[in-house]
Ligand binder design. Sequence first.
Ligand SMILES: NC(=O)c1ccc[n+]([C@@H]2O[C@H](COP(=O)([O-])OP(=O)(O)OC[C@H]3O[C@@H](n4cnc5c(N)ncnc54)[C@H](OP(=O)(O)O)[C@@H]3O)[C@@H](O)[C@H]2O)c1
Length: 330
Amino acid sequence: MLQRTLGMRGLVVSAEGLGCIGLTQAGISVDEASSSATINHALDVGITLLDTADAYGPLLNEQLIGRVIASRRDEVVVATKFGLELDADGRRTGKLNGRPEYVRRAVDGSLQRLGIEVIDVYYQPRVDAETPIEETFGALAELVECGKVRHLGLSEAAPDTIRRAHAVHPVTVLQTEYSLFTRDVEIDGVLSTIRELGIGLVPYAPLGRGLLSGRFRSGADLAFDDRRRQLPRFRGDNLAQNLITVDQVRAIAEAKDITPSQLALAWLIAQGEDVVPIPGTRRISTLDENVAAVGITLTPDELAALDMAAPRGVAVGERYPPALMRDVYR
Ligand SMILES: NC(=O)c1ccc[n+]([C@@H]2O[C@H](COP(=O)([O-])OP(=O)(O)OC[C@H]3O[C@@H](n4cnc5c(N)ncnc54)[C@H](OP(=O)(O)O)[C@@H]3O)[C@@H](O)[C@H]2O)c1
């Protein structure tokens, strides 16, 4: 698969990664055999970047990945995250924690669950307002120095925070929500800042959490316990409005004889060689569909048509409920 170099410190990854959150968080409907098969298939077709977090599961996601990569460590770039605070029993507390002592404890837990000696990319997924970023990145820099971590990342950070962190230790990658539905980084200073500093971009939720795939036609298509029911964009009139945008994206995809998901991913990949999306899927068939997007080139006319169909700010409704919106762009 096409390779990309992210950041200025030689991190080379496949042009598309695999977001692993859904492989454990869907609860009992996800079984180990099929999740393992999906991850193994991703590696077989050339994906090298696996994205996880200690909070996914919690703990279960890292444990799953650890079992799968035990015999394939050399093929994988493992990206994980700390800081959505877990208590001593591994339960989410609902708080953020970027304190140095927490960072030092969290990394050892992740290394143990993943069964590896060094984490390739270690992200702080949300900035902890109670802890100066210099303190968090000071502790992270020590982890790089002592060989527990190779590259540092931030997620959902604001430009000033990115600069302050980068001044303590170079940031290799920024992970943030970016898709045809969420183009905030293009205008809020994040994209220009990371490009100035030489930081790579890993868009998460590149399919708008599945909405851009076109597979949802109404709220009724979401399972009763699907967490997306809590997201403003998936609710009521917002969803109806957003599905109109999805239909417009779908029309452009059909004209090119590709799927809406492939179009959404090809659009992201076309944003620059410093951009590596991490779509999530539990299914091998959709994984193959998404991987094929890496080989799709969009013409200037198609890119312009997408700008018309999905301009900045097109999505109706915030991407998170209010309590969670407070933690982004901080
Ligand atoms: N840093 C952060 O704050 C943060 C936040 C959220 C997520 N993430 C990371 O980003 C990754 C991706 O985000 P995400 O999983 O939330 O959203 P996403 O990649 O935009 O969408 C995933 C959803 O789309 C469906 N899907 C994927 N490919 C499809 C296709 N070709 N056709 C139809 N449906 C398709 C998946 O369903 P199936 O599973 O049923 O295929 C899943 O429900 C996560 O796995 C996680 O690693 C990071």
